[in-house]
Design a protein around this ligand. Structure first.
Ligand code: NAP
Length: 310
């Protein structure tokens, strides 16, 4: 489709992770003209997850990239269209929702937002400068570059623990640096981390600065209890300090909570009639592939009811 052209759909989905792909599967199976807009890879964060162990139906886990391809194939089989563009603005014109994406204007009757989250930045000196030169937010993308090296992983949640376990395939030794004295992540991952001889834990500690020349060489670590600062030699820093919702482009349009997550009713409808939200970008208790898929199915059904009532 050329820039400037306007195309109208029954349903537009912004974001192609598990929530968006499931919503697209449902609305296209119900024969609603459906477009999915995604700037990155279909599958979203799943595509960089080595093994998804808690998605039912796969007793030995499934590779995230493979699950993404299967979900994509299933949704496309029923006619869902996909464009590789970034949605930058949404406006309301009467009953229609108008989306601007890389110079193209799309219109739809029902809009489903599934934009997920992105990695939160730590904001310490050296983080920006050494991004891609030793600082990483993706173990499956960059892990292999750190063969036999010493690295640090920051964070104590599920991401930090699962990614640290994955990184032990490559590195000589890694240290998990956590700002408290107990981990947030799921117990089964904690057990595996504690049992892994390649993983050390440094409690009550934060990174103060990442240092190097053309690549990362060391980090200044501060003990938050004693205030003591030590410099340790490392070749890589993997940061997993949580996620922020990708909802900035919706500010002023739908209600967001203080952290930027989209506030919806129990059916996934936002403060604007005909705009729904599903998956990690929605305000909710648990953000997993299983809950994203459930959300996607639920909002697709709610959007269908909205369209049928019109
Ligand atoms: P998270 O659960 O929010 O954990 C973030 C971690 O980073 C916490 O341990 C937090 O410390 C630490 N942190 C935050 N800000 C920091 C700062 N400025 N300096 C130092 N440390 C900081 O994020 P996540 O691990 O990315 O997980 C996000 C969601 O995805 C969760 O719902 C998680 O269950 C889910 N997830 C699930 C799986 C799985 O089931 N396989 C895998 C990955 C992610 P505190 O603990 O002190 O707050």
């Amino acid at each position: 489709m050329e820039g400037g052209e306007i195309k109208t759909y029954d349903v537009i989905i912004i974001g192609g992770g598990p929530a968006g792909l499931t919503a697209g599967l449902y609305t296209s199976r119900s024969r609603f003209d459906t477009l999915l807009i995604e700037i990155g890879l279909l599958g979203g964060q799943m595509t960089t997850t080595e093994l998804i162990e808690n998605y039912p139906g796969f007793p030995h886990g499934i590779n995230g990239d493979e699950l993404s391809r299967l979900m994509e194939e299933q949704a496309k089989r029923f006619g869902m269209e996909v464009v590789s563009q970034e949605a930058v603005e949404v406006k309301i014109e009467g009953d229609m929702k108008v989306i601007q994406a890389n110079g193209t204007t799309y219109r739809c009757k029902a809009l489903i937002i599934c934009t997920g989250t992105e990695w939160r930045k730590l904001g310490v000196p050296g983080e920006k400068e050494f991004a891609g030169k030793g600082v990483s937010y993706c173990a499956t993308c960059d892990g292999a570059f750190f063969k036999d090296s010493q690295i640090i992983v920051v964070g104590g949640g599920d991401s930090a623990l699962t990614e640290a376990l994955y990184l032990t395939k490559f590195v000589k030794e890694l240290t998990i640096i956590h700002r408290r004295d107990s981990l947030r992540g799921t117990k089964i991952y904690q057990e595996r981390v504690f049992a892994n001889p390649k993983i050390k834990l440094l409690w009550n500690s934060v990174i103060q600065e990442i240092k190097g020349d053309s690549i990362v060489r060391s980090a200044l670590i501060k003990n938050v209890k004693t205030g003591e600062v030590t410099e340790i030699s490392i070749e890589g820093v993997f940061l997993f300090v949580g996620l922020s919702p990708r909802t900035q482009f919706l500010k002023g349009l739908v209600n967001l909570d203080e952290a930027g997550y989209i506030v919806t009713d129990e059916n996934g409808e936002t403060s604007v009639k005909g705009i729904f939200a599903a998956g990690d970008c929605r305000k909710k208790l648990l953000r997993q592939v299983a809950t994203a898929v459930g959300d996607g199915a639920m909002v697709a059904f709610a959007a269908e009811k909205y369209l049928e009532a019109k």
